[in-house]
Design a protein around this ligand. Structure first.
Ligand code: ADP
Length: 700
């Protein structure tokens, strides 16, 4: 079947194999072609048929069948043309040589094939003209070019049997024009598209159709079936059917127009054959010409109106359908959705939004939604919306929106500009997600991370006291010494200066210790910044060293050369490292003093990540617990809380990294490793990497 047929379920089912059906279809075609031929030849008084019906039947068959089966239908026309009694009895066939019949067969077949091929190539669906453009292509190919071209050959054949060349050309051309303008669309629309085109087959519409058909038949009968006038087609009653024809085209689209034209054609052809109505008293040649003009002038504008209306209705229907689809989708989506127009005012809120705010669509439309936004967030929201809108940029903002129960909930609102398929800006669409629960969970996690950090620092109280005590005692001793020096008669100024310098250095050391501890104690949001992992690790090792020396643990450090920058939060990453160091020291508490050794390393592992590892020589982890140690509240320590490693893992995951543990291959202790993605560029001198050198220099 043709491409168009593929979409026409009913007929394609009918025309599909088995072979019996194909034979039935062929017989149907033969009968239709025979009738068309008979009708076409019935203008016995005309020089050539003014209305070449067989062309319409053949073209429809060629359009509806697969291209490779076209030859069957073409050959099927030959016996009718050569041997049917009507052909033999017609004025053209009578006495016409066989070559003439074969020539006209060849011309019509070639024309049919050429038109069918061209329509297949140029139209999306060759059996249905949905737009004015498609109708224009159909008219150009089937109604104009093919008839004009074939008329040259047809006229030549007629000229060879004694006709005037240009008169024959004109008659041949008009006969083809008319049939493709009047009959071909009627066959295609009524037999293969009627159900699709008439979208509202309601009873009222059916009654309207019957009324129209009856009205048309009556007015056509009045116009064509009497011999009362002699004023030709100018007589007013020939225009009676016109309002009804336009009514049919406007209300029923192409099927209506085709049906109307078919009715008027039947009456006018009958009148032409019998010399009645507008064709009364005309010569055969004039009758044919009058009939052609009469129908052409009525059919062409009618089809144009029908297609224009159909095109508009199709567009509206498509729009309605897509709007309906969107509305259904938006209403079932578990998010809040809004849309605004080019004037920035909101034109749509989905059911989710309305249920959330507990307000009506009318209340929310325009700027009504702003009434539900928290007053503290409103100005910021409006600013972001307007700025992004003017720049046609997507935006993302968080604000509090009042829920139906009065509670303000945090909303994440993402807006994007909307454009038509043609690229015209038509406003914005946004999707708002309720963030409150997520925020609460995040806050709880931050609290937990902070609490676990405080708990960990609690273990370091001795170290903190030591870190502060040492410089304070040194300052005290130096102050006493200064006092003694000042009581001397001649104070040794060089020694005094040295003492003051020592006091200053000790004071700076104490302040630095306080700064670092305060940084760890403070509760703060995560702040992802470019970081040098060496400096980050070195700082926390420096803090832990006091505790390590108290516990008799030797902490060794190995920092990689030229580390890549990472993006991360310094305090949180330090919390991870400190936790691993403290756990490692705990695991070695039963070791001989000489075997309490901890190795902290950083390395570039070549996979776009920096790796930090903490290796101890402790008791190790039973293999079945290697992954469980990261579970919340898993602890083997008497006073342990079991949240340190689980917090450490979630911090590392927030940095898009990985934390894992493995027992050392020499059977002594465990190594914890974590990775963090690099920023994919090397640090420059002015960037924090320089800081690591300071620390390393200070450390050595
Ligand atoms: P806590 O230290 O409060 O127990 P963690 O989550 O930090 O909580 O550690 C959970 C458990 O993992 C510890 O109780 C311990 O059994 C095990 N663990 C952690 N680090 C090590 C280590 N370096 N060597 C052996 N076991 C360890």
């Amino acid at each position: 079947m043709s491409r168009g047929m593929g979409s026409e379920g009913r007929l394609s089912r009918f025309l599909q194999p088995p072979a019996l059906r194909q034979i039935a279809v062929f017989c149907f075609f033969e009968a239709a072609f025979y009738l068309a031929y008979l009708y076409g030849m019935s203008f016995s008084q005309a020089c050539a048929s003014p209305f070449w019906f067989p062309d319409a039947v053949l073209l429809c068959a060629l359009l509806l069948t697969r291209p490779r089966n076209g030859w069957v239908f073409i050959l099927g026309t030959l016996p009718i043309r050569l041997f049917s009694p009507i052909a033999q009895g017609s004025p053209i066939a009578q006495g016409s040589p066989m070559w003439f019949l074969l020539a006209t067969f060849a011309i019509d077949s070639a024309k049919g094939l050429a038109v069918a091929t061209a329509l297949r190539v140029f139209l999306k669906n060759p059996i249905r003209m949905g737009t004015v453009k498609e109708f224009g292509i159909f008219c150009l190919v089937a109604v104009l070019l093919a008839p004009a071209g074939s008329a040259f050959f047809g006229a030549a054949a007629l000229h060879a049997i004694g006709r005037d060349y240009w008169t024959a050309w004109e008659q041949w051309f008009m006969g083809d024009v008319l049939v493709h303008l009047v009959l071909t669309p009627a066959i295609l629309y009524w037999l293969f598209n009627s159900r699709r085109e008439m979208r509202m087959p309601r009873i009222r519409k059916s009654l309207e159709g019957v009324f129209l058909a009856v009205g048309l038949i009556l007015t056509c009968w009045l116009a064509f079936s009497t011999r009362l006038n002699t004023m030709g087609i100018l007589e007013t009653r020939y225009y009676f059917p016109m309002p009804l024809l336009f009514w049919a085209a406007i209300r029923f689209g192409m099927p209506g127009a085709c049906g109307g034209v078919a009715i008027i054609t039947i009456f006018s052809v009958d009148a032409a054959i019998h010399g009645r109505g507008p064709f009364y008293g005309e010569s055969p040649a004039d009758t044919a010409f009058s009939l052609q003009q009469f129908l052409l002038l009525r059919a062409a504008p009618l089809y144009l109106v029908a297609i224009l209306i159909q095109q508009k209705e199709n567009a509206e229907h498509f729009l309605r359908e897509s709007e309906e689809r969107f509305r259904t989708m938006a209403d079932t989506a578990p998010v809040l959705i809004w849309m605004s127009g080019t004037d920035k005012l909101c034109v749509f809120f989905n059911r989710g939004w309305l249920e959330f705010t507990g307000r009506t669509l009318e209340q929310e439309l325009g700027n009504g939604w702003a009434e539900s936004v928290h007053p503290e967030d409103l100005r910021r929201c409006v600013d972001i919306y307007h700025t992004s809108f003017n720049a046609r940029q997507p935006f993302e903002m968080e604000y509090r929106l009042r829920r139906y129960d009065g509670e303000f909930r945090w909303i994440l609102d993402r807006g994007i500009p909307r454009y038509t398929a043609g690229g015209k800006f038509i406003g914005y669409a946004g999707m708002a997600i309720d963030l409150t629960d997520r925020r609460l969970a995040e806050e709880a996690r931050q609290d937990l991370i902070h609490a676990s950090r405080l708990a960990m620092l609690g273990e370091l109280t001795a170290m903190i006291a030591h870190e502060l005590n040492q410089p304070l005692s040194a300052i005290l001793v130096n102050a006493d010494a200064m006092n003694v020096l000042l009581n001397l008669q001649i104070a040794p100024m060089d020694e005094a200066r040295q003492i003051v310098e020592d006091i200053r250095r000790d004071d700076l050391r104490a302040s630095e210790a306080i700064r670092r501890i305060r940084a760890l104690v403070r509760k703060r949001e995560m702040e992802m910044l470019p970081l040098d992992i060496n400096a980050t690790v070195a700082e926390v090792v420096w803090l832990a060293k006091g505790d390590a020396s108290r516990r008799g643990v030797d902490i060794r450090e190995e920092y990689c050369e030229n580390p890549h920058l990472i993006r991360g939060d310094v305090v949180h990453l330090q919390q991870v490292v400190l936790n691993l160091i403290l756990n490692g020291m705990d695991a070695m508490k039963d070791n001989e003093k000489a075997e309490r050794c901890l190795l902290v390393r950083t390395l570039r592992n070549g996979e776009g990540t920096m790796e930090v590892s903490v290796r101890d020589c402790g008791h190790g982890i039973p293999s079945e617990n290697l992954s469980r140690v990261f579970d919340s509240f898993f602890t083997t320590k008497q006073n342990g809380m079991g949240i340190g490693l689980s917090m450490a893992r979630s911090i590392v995951q927030l940095h898009a990294g990985r934390l894992w543990a493995e027992n050392n291959s020499d059977g002594k202790g465990t190594t914890f490793r974590f990775t963090v993605p690099t920023l994919a560029r090397r640090p420059t001198q002015r960037e924090p990497a320089a800081k690591s050198k300071e620390y390393l220099a200070e450390k050595t």
